[in-house]
Design a protein around this ligand. Structure first.
Ligand code: SF4
Ligand code: SF4
Length: 361
């Protein structure tokens, strides 16, 4: 591992980090010193156990690559990470001892981060001779909070897509929802983990939506904060990938953007040190933070089929309401919005009448 990874956090970077976390938590600037105190207090370093189950390790990679500020520095300097399979140098019996010491001596204090799904069929994933689900049950039992990081551990993600031969399940289905915080995403944004850990340390469990996600991160629809929204409202759509309109911020809904059905702060926090995000680079949102993804959002580059919802206007208020009505992430926003656009004569004739007929039905 490079020295760079372990470099000291400069005070400027550290305060920038605290400012970002405070903003993400919805706190004012006057709270920045409080956030800094929580992160900096060495005597309060919370023990963290990071379990790696069935995954590509993409969420670890995403987190470890964060450099503005360097989240790894914060992880190493301000949290007490006792066990993290993807980067720990130790192995074998020694690591198992540390793990068991932590869950015994720090009962009620340590935070567990779980990356990856949990196969429920024997032999589909083991650590030290035990199935993943046995390890999860033991480690989670005494934890202060369990953070299911990434779409796999939160909702099943790609390993949970059909045919799911290992009968994998998300964390909350196995240990209950009580202390599980879901931070989905494929991968999860590094800022989401940090924001959630700080929330747990400062205020306890964050307010969650009906899918167990912190509302402070996943409370707003992507479509409402998208930089291409003005194009959507004006009926300026990209018709196919490769069109020059992609670079002119035309809306991507007709080439499959699932932003109207997806709830997260991606447009605000962005990726790659805040430089850009999926819709910003013209790829469209594929809904990776939603339950049912990826199966419920396929094909990625087609418009989702419309679902008739009489009196839809204003329904897309938050993820809970969508979940209450439909029970899972499905296509409700796109059709209704396109009907609105169609009514203004902004869509093609065929699509306009087709959408309107479906919604009226
Ligand atoms: S449909 Fe997608 S690209 Fe268009 S405004 Fe909504 S989120 Fe942005
Ligand atoms: S914009 Fe959509 S696909 Fe991209 S990371 Fe956010 S939720 Fe996932």
């Amino acid at each position: 591992m490079s020295r760079e990874l372990f470099r000291e956090v400069s005070r400027r970077d550290f305060l920038k980090l605290c400012g970002g976390v405070a903003a993400a938590l919805g706190l004012s600037e006057v709270s920045v010193p409080e956030v800094a105190e929580v992160l900096a207090a060495s005597s309060k370093k919370p023990p963290v156990v990071w379990l790696e189950f069935g995954s590509c390790s993409g969420c670890s990679t995403s987190f470890l690559n964060a450099d503005s500020p360097n989240a790894v520095d914060v992880l190493l300097n301000h949290l007490s990470v006792r066990y993290i399979e993807v980067i720990m140098a130790a192995q074998g019996a020694m690591t198992e001892e540390v793990l068991h010491e932590t869950i015994t001596n720090e009962a009620g204090e340590y935070i567990v981060v779980v990356e990856g799904v949990v196969p429920t069929k024997d032999g589909y994933g083991m650590i030290a001779g035990r199935n993943f689900y046995e390890v999860l049950e033991e480690v989670a039992a005494n934890a202060k909070a369990v953070i299911a990081l990434g779409s796999c551990s939160a909702f099943g993600g790609i390993p949970g897509a059909k045919p799911n031969p290992g009968e994998v399940k998300p964390v909350s289905e196995l240990i209950g929802k009580e202390k599980v915080i879901n931070i989905p995403g494929c991968p999860a944004n590094p800022s989401w983990l940090l924001t959630t850990v700080v929330h747990v340390l400062m205020f306890g469990m964050p307010e969650l939506d009906s899918y167990g996600r912190p509302k402070v991160i996943f409370g707003q629809c992507i479509h409402d904060n998208c930089e291409r929204r003005a194009s959507f409202d004006e009926g300026m759509y990209v018709e196919k990938y490769g069109d020059e309109e992609i670079g002119r911020d035309y809306c991507l809904v007709k080439v499959g953007c699932k932003g109207p059905n997806t709830f997260s702060n991606c447009p605000q926090v962005r990726w790659n040190s805040g430089k850009s995000w999926c819709v910003g680079v013209g790829a469209g949102c594929i809904g990776c933070v939603e339950p049912g993804w990826p199966d419920a959002f396929m094909p990625f580059h087609d418009r989702l089929p419309d679902i008739a919802l009489p009196g839809y206007a204003g329904l897309r208020a938050d993820a809970d309401l969508v979940g209450t009505v439909l029970g899972a992430a499905t296509a409700i926003g796109i059709g209704a919005h396109l009907v609105g656009a169609a009514a203004k004569g902004k869509l093609g004739k065929h699509e306009a009448s087709e959408d309107k007929a479906k919604t009226e039905a």
